[in-house]
Write a new protein. Sequence first.
Length: 366
Amino acid sequence: MTQTAPVAAQDARATSPAPLRVREAQPADWPEVVRVSEAAFAAGPYGHLPVSEERQRFVRDVEGRAAAGSVLVAERLTERRAEQASEILGTLSIARAGTGPSRLAVADEAEVRLLAVSPTAQRLGVARRLMLAASETALGWGASALVLDTGDRNFAAQALYEGLGYRRTNEPSQPGEPGVASEGHIPHVDYRLQLQPAPGVVARLVRPSEVDAVAELSLRAYELEYTISGNYRDDIISVGERAAAHQVWVAVDAQSGELLGSVATPKPGEHLTSLPQSDDELDFRLLAVDPGARGRGVGAALTTLVIELARLRGLRRVVMNSGPQMVRAHRLYERLGFSILESRVRTVDPGDGRAPFQLLAFSIDV
């Protein structure tokens, strides 16, 4: 089998995010992705083994791996002579099931391949940051799970995966003498991480073809119980603009694909509103459940997704505003562990003839 690049033991013990940025690799990054991948493998527990031609082709085909899903890089930004420069410290690939790089993923699963950290970038938590970003990427696709494998002697990688909640799905395959690695074969351990927040419901990023339907769904959800002003109505139905500038997530029926609900979150490193007061807070807006889908746990699934996004991004707290009339939503938030953030409750004058009202603020620590 093709070997998985090693991970430093220190990464498995990292407890706080390093000053890194994880992003999708661009074509200009591909030579550095290859260099980091080859250097990481050479420095790892299987670096003494000859590298097969098949592995060399796979490592060097960054373009093919990107086409099969996504290639992520972790980079450290530095200032050099008043200019910002970056150094790629690690990389991994995520493949969709049924594509060339995928070996374990089936159906709607996604697979992590070639996690690699530069030998010069240990003790920075690079591997952990990449793995968390891989989970968010796969969630955006609507993947039910992430799967991967690693060599049976890559104990640091195993500790990392298990610390992130992956569970083993096999014991090392060991034909011939147990535990002996040789050219062309490394005994491996397979892992799987469940991603979706609720059974029967798939959460993922909205697709362009769904924008109008999500706008209609959201308006139905809000107009069923609330009086919607003109400006607020325009905001609710501006799904396309919101998806382009931020993120719009949808919940769909796992069997039929029917749209059930929606919620908006910011892109990593950004905010949707002025409510967050620090970079370690994530805000969300416009949670909507189609009236016909109520009672299925859709609102809870989407809110749980938001909390999971904050965890994956290494953030401390989730915050959100809610109008005083949205009592049904308040009960949901309180049931999930949110509490009112008294210091950020404010009075709003709608300016359309209606009386001023208190805009509530809710928060939950991640």
